[in-house]
Design a protein around this ligand. Structure first.
Ligand SMILES: Cc1ncc(COP(=O)(O)O)c(C=O)c1O
Length: 472
C-alpha cells in the first residue's frame, strides 16, 4: 500500500471541532497537489498560484479525503469545519446517511439510464416531486448535469417560448462558464475576456442593485427603483439597442459576485416589468435554491413566482444533477419532438443523481430546512457581534439563511473594498481548521455558506477564529 493510501490516523479531540495536526497543507496534500500540477490543465490549478501570490503561502490546497456533516478530513488527517458546503452544494451536510444510502442502492440497481429515450424510474419520480416543491406552477422540468447546463436550458427555452433572443442580465452575476451561460456571466472579466469571440452579444448587462455600493450618484435607498428604471428604458425605447428582449435572467441574491442582497421589492419589480412587456422572468437559483436561504427558494421568501427557475447544487447536496423548471405554458412552446429530442444529453436525469436528490429533498422536508434556518440565525448573530468589534474593517455582514457574506474594507467611510482580504481571511482560517471562500469582484467578501447541520459550537469557534483574523 502506498503512503498515500495508508489508513487515516485516529481522530482525537472534540468530534465536531476542527483539528489541524500538520502544517497546512500537510505532506500528503502537497505530494498530491504536485501530481495534479503535472497532470491537470493549468487553467484549473492556476488558483494555487493566485493564492500563493496573495497570501504568501507557497502551497495552498489541502486534498480532501472524506467528509461527514459539516466536517471534512484531508489526506493528512486534519479535520476542518466546512463553511463552503463545497461550493454551496452540501446543504443537508456532507455524506448525509440517507442521501448516501439512496445513491448506493441506486448504483447497485441501475447506475445509468437512457435520458430521454428510455426514462428511468427515479428521474420520473424526481420530476413529479420537483413540480410539487417548485414555485407555484413551475411543474415541468428539463434535467441537466451542472448549473451552467441548467442556465443554457433556460436561455434556449426563453428563446423558443418568446421568439426573442435577447436577455437582460446583471453585473457581478455568475451563471456558469459554458458558452451559453458565460455570455450572461459578468463576475470577473477574466472569465469572459479570452472567449469573447465565441459569446453571444445578445445580453444586455445592467448594474445589480447593490444597496451598499450603488452606481455613482445613486441614492442607496433608491437603487432598486433606479435599476428597474434602466431596465424599463431598455425595453421601452426602440433606440436603446435592445430590440428583441425575451427574458430577464437574475440571481435573487448575488452569490459569487459578493453575497449581495437586492433591496426588498426589486424581484417583484422585475416580475411586474416582465409582465408589462410580455417577457420571461428567469431566476438563477442554482446557489440560492433548496434551503440555502432558509426557504425552498429565495423567491418564495419574497412571494415572487418566475417563469423559469434554474436549480442545481443543493438539489442533491452531492451529485452533479441540475434542472431548469418552468410553467407548462412556457415549456409547451418547445412543441412535440419530431423523431430526435432537440435538447438532451447523455446523462440527463441520471438515476443515481435523481435518487440522491429525492433523498436530499426528504431530508430538507424532514427537518433540515428548519434546522438550517436556525443555524443561519445563530451564525448571523455571532458574525454581527464580530463585525461590531471591528467597525473599521467590516462594512457589513449580509445575506440570508445559510448564505452570508462578511464585507471587508480598508476604509469604512469610503467603503473601499479591502482587495483579496476574503482570500487572506480564508487562508488564515484554513490554518485554524475552517474552510471558507472569498467572493466579490475585488475578493473582499468572505462567503460563509455552511451546511444546515452546522452546530452552535462550530459556529462559535468559527466566529472566534474570524475575530482573531480581524484583530491582527
Ligand atoms: C448562481 C449560479 N448559477 C450557476 C452556477 C454554475 O453552476 P455550475 O458550476 O454547476 O456549472 C453557479 C456556480 O457557482 C452559481 O452560483
Amino acid at each position: 500500500m502506498s503512503a498515500l493510501r495508508a489508513p487515516l490516523p485516529p481522530l482525537p479531540g472534540s468530534p465536531d471541532l476542527p483539528q489541524v495536526l500538520t502544517a497546512v497543507p500537510g505532506p500528503r496534500s502537497r505530494a498530491l497537489v504536485d501530481d495534479l500540477a503535472r497532470s491537470e490543465c493549468p487553467a484549473i490549478t492556476a488558483r494555487r498560484a493566485r493564492r500563493a501570490e496573495t497570501t504568501g503561502a507557497t502551497e495552498d490546497p489541502v486534498v480532501w479525503e472524506r467528509a461527514r456533516g459539516a466536517l471534512v478530513w484531508d489526506v493528512d488527517g486534519n479535520r476542518y469545519v466546512d463553511l463552503t458546503s463545497a461550493f454551496g452544494v452540501a446543504t443537508v451536510g456532507h455524506a448525509h446517511p440517507a442521501v448516501v444510502a439512496a445513491g448506493q442502492a441506486q448504483l447497485a440497481a441501475l447506475p445509468h439510464g437512457m435520458g430521454d429515450v428510455f426514462p428511468n424510474r427515479r428521474k420520473v419520480e424526481l420530476a413529479v416531486r420537483l413540480g410539487r416543491i417548485a414555485p407555484p406552477g413551475l411543474d415541468r422540468a428539463i434535467f441537466a448535469t451542472s448549473g451552467s447546463d441548467a442556465v443554457d436550458a433556460a436561455l434556449k427555452t426563453a428563446l423558443v417560448a418568446t421568439g426573442r433572443p435577447e436577455t437582460i442580465v446583471f453585473s457581478g452575476g455568475y451563471h456558469g462558464l459554458g458558452l451559453g451561460a458565460l455570455g450572461a456571466t459578468s463576475y470577473r472579466r477574466e472569465f469572459r475576456a479570452p472567449f469573447l469571440p465565441l459569446l453571444s452579444s445578445r445580453f444586455h448587462h445592467l448594474p445589480f442593485p447593490d444597496p451598499l455600493r450603488p452606481p455613482r450618484g445613486v441614492d442607496p435607498s433608491r437603487v432598486g427603483e433606479v435599476v428597474l428604471g434602466l431596465a424599463e428604458a431598455l425595453l421601452a425605447d426602440p433606440a436603446s439597442g435592445a430590440s428583441a428582449v425575451g427574458s430577464v435572467l437574475v440571481e435573487p441574491i448575488l452569490g459569487r459576485g459578493g453575497i449581495v442582497v437586492p433591496p426588498p421589492g426589486f424581484l417583484a419589480g422585475l416580475r411586474a416589468l416582465c409582465d408589462r412587456y410580455g417577457i420571461l422572468l428567469v431566476l438563477d437559483e442554482v446557489l440560492t435554491g433548496f434551503g440555502r436561504t432558509g426557504d425552498w427558494f429565495a423567491c418564495s421568501g419574497e412571494g415572487v413566482v418566475p417563469d423559469l427557475v434554474c436549480v442545481g447544487k443543493g438539489m442533491s447536496s452531492a451529485f452533479p444533477i441540475s434542472a431548469c423548471l418552468g410553467t407548462a405554458a412556457v415549456m409547451e412552446r418547445w412543441g412535440r419532438s419530431s423523431g430526435e429530442a432537440i435538447h438532451t444529453s447523455t446523462f440527463q436525469g441520471n438515476p443515481v443523481g435523481a435518487a440522491m436528490a429525492l433523498a436530499a429533498i426528504d431530508a430538507l422536508e424532514g427537518g433540515l430546512l428548519e434546522q438550517g434556518r436556525r443555524a443561519g440565525a445563530v451564525l448571523r448573530s455571532l458574525l454581527d457581534e464580530v463585525a461590531a468589534r471591528h467597525p473599521h474593517r467590516v462594512a457589513e455582514v449580509r445575506g440570508r439563511g445559510l448564505m452570508l457574506g462578511v464585507d471587508l474594507v480598508r476604509d469604512r467611510e469610503g467603503l473601499v473594498p479591502d482587495g483579496d482580504s476574503g482570500l487572506r481571511a480564508s487562508r488564515f482560517l484554513l490554518e485554524r481548521g475552517f474552510l471558507c471562500m472569498p467572493a466579490g469582484a475585488a475578493g473582499h467578501v468572505l462567503a460563509v455558506e455552511p451546511p444546515a447541520c452546522l452546530t452552535g459550537a462550530q459556529a462559535a469557534a468559527f466566529a472566534t477564529a474570524l475575530d482573531e483574523f480581524l484583530s491582527r
